[in-house]
Write a protein that binds this ligand. Structure first.
Ligand code: 2HG
Ligand code: ZN
Length: 472
């Protein structure tokens, strides 16, 4: 068996060629550890195929030889889904060389890209044609489209444009046995049975390998209005969201919540930021509207929404960005919360969702669940326009982050996730399951859902060679 595998690895090397294999231990290191440094991985080989044909030939060999494949994009995931853990059986497949923009269709508003295209490059390629690819997140300078789709990434514009899967019109996928699903027609309508592409998005590489995608593009927004607001409480934030969506004809692109404690972390640990308001408040919202409209008209709409919010008492205070740099400054307050948490010493991170209307209930109930276990510094923020909260728990000031994590992470996460599940929510709204949350998947996912997931895995990957140990 070992001899068969060694011969298979040799054939894979030949297919990828010298530049398609990473042998230097110094270079290997970055592929083998995950973004949050939760997992130190090991692999039999790190291969970087340059084409769908190479991926297909490599998978055919792996399938025959019983080698497993761990797909990896920009390696920015939070749950360890792209880290291999078997030095004899697992081949890490990186998509860094599959980075071609195959086509942009300015009539149909679509773009066909390979899995290894970095998200920011996909955005720029659309912009070259005066079009807009709306998927956007903190890691966009390094995360790749293949990873975005495999994890059904969320990010900062889900409220208006949806999660990654909603931005896809077709996929090219290599199945575990090397066969290729050619789904790049880019049709907007095709009612011919199961929507196969949906199976592979959010599957975290456990059913096959996404090698290319047809993405939906949109008109470029010509105006953006961004406001940093203090709101009375979470109920007020939810009412403001509804009012702003109505008043603007659904131009609210982002609606992000930031608690007093999360802002305090940013102000204490991140360079070049300042509090846009004179006072401090308990609850903030970063609201952005965007549209392709005549210059200035969205500003009036934003002001109208804020005036109404102030009249009703939902909005206590606020500042609207007057320039690009001011807008960037407001976004920096929100986007650098993860960096501030890291500088504080790290957080036990959560990514839960409930119905938007139940966000206040979640926020009211969660502190007691946490406090019943141990004292924590709560850094609560997130995409409340999507019903998604990052309910992050940091060690109290002065205590050691590593021992806090070792002692409490599992129990704290069970409490935070359990509350979301009790409220018919999700324990993982956007970061996925990977290795980190697979126990929680078994504990909290409906057994019928789990049985269907297992049946699909068995049908598509009966030999279990696709990203083993992830999700299940
Ligand atoms: C965000 O919304 C990301 O900034 C990261 O999803 C959240 O670091 C986190 O917990
Ligand atoms: Zn997020």
């Amino acid at each position: 068996m070992a001899g068969l595998r060694a011969a298979a690895l040799e054939r894979i090397r030949e297919i990828a060629g010298p530049s398609g294999v990473v042998d230097d231990p110094g270079q290997q290191a970055a592929y083998l550890v995950d973004e949050r440094r939760l997992y130190q991985g090991e692999a039999a080989l790190i291969v970087r195929p340059a084409s769908t044909d190479e991926v297909s030939r490599i998978l055919t060999i792996c399938h025959e030889a019983g080698l497993a494949v761990v797909p990896q994009g920009g390696n920015t995931g939070y749950c360890g889904a792209a880290t291999p853990d078997d030095p004899d059986r697992q081949v890490l497949m990186s998509f860094a060389r599959m980075n071609r923009i195959r086509d942009v269709d300015p009539v149909g508003f679509t773009m066909t890209v390979e899995a290894g295209v970095v998200l920011a490059r996909a955005q720029a390629a659309a912009a070259e044609h005066e079009l807009f690819f709306p998927l956007s997140m903190g890691s966009e300078g390094s995360c790749q489209i293949g990873g975005n789709l495999s994890t059904n990434a969320g990010g900062l514009a889900v409220l208006k444009y949806g999660t990654a899967r909603e931005l896809v019109l077709g996929l090219e996928v290599v199945l575990p046995d090397g066969q290729v699903l050619h789904g790049l027609k880019g049709l907007r309508k095709d009612n011919t049975g199961y929507d196969l592409k949906q199976l592979f998005m959010g599957a975290e590489g456990t059913l096959g390998v996404i090698t290319a995608a047809v993405l939906k593009l949109y008109p470029q927004p010509t105006e953006r209005q961004t406001a940093w607001l203090a709101v009375a409480d979470a109920d007020a934030a939810c009412r403001l969201l509804g009012a702003a969506r109505r008043i603007s004809g659904d131009c609210v692109t982002s609606f992000e919540y930031v608690s007093r404690a999360s802002l305090a972390l940013v102000l204490a640990h991140v360079e070049g930021v300042s509090n846009p308001l004179d006072q401090t408040y308990d609850h903030y919202v970063l609201m952005e509207m965007s549209a392709a409209v005549a210059q200035g008209s969205l500003r009036e709409v934003m002001e109208q929404a804020l005036e109404r919010g102030m009249d009703s008492g939902d909005v206590l205070d606020g500042a609207i960005a007057e320039s690009g740099p001011q807008r960037a400054g407001l976004w920096k307050l929100r986007e650098s919360i993860p960096e501030a948490e890291k500088k504080y010493g790290g957080a036990v991170k959560h990514d839960v969702s409930v119905l938007i209307s139940r966000i206040p209930e979640y926020l009211a109930a969660a502190p007691a669940r946490v406090a019943a276990l141990t004292d924590c510094y709560l850094s609560v923020y997130g995409h409340i326009g999507d019903g998604n909260l990052h309910y992050n728990l940091l060690p109290p000031a002065g205590s050691d982050p590593d021992s806090f994590r070792k002692q409490w992470a599992a129990r704290l996460s069970q409490a935070v996730h359990g509350l979301a599940a009790e409220m018919d929510g999700s324990f993982s709204a956007e970061h996925g399951v990977g290795k980190l949350k697979k126990g929680e998947l078994q504990r909290l996912k409906n057994p019928v859902d789990l049985a269907v997931m297992r049946a699909l895995k068995q049908a598509l990957d009966p030999r279990g060679i696709m990203n083993p140990g992830k999700l299940f």
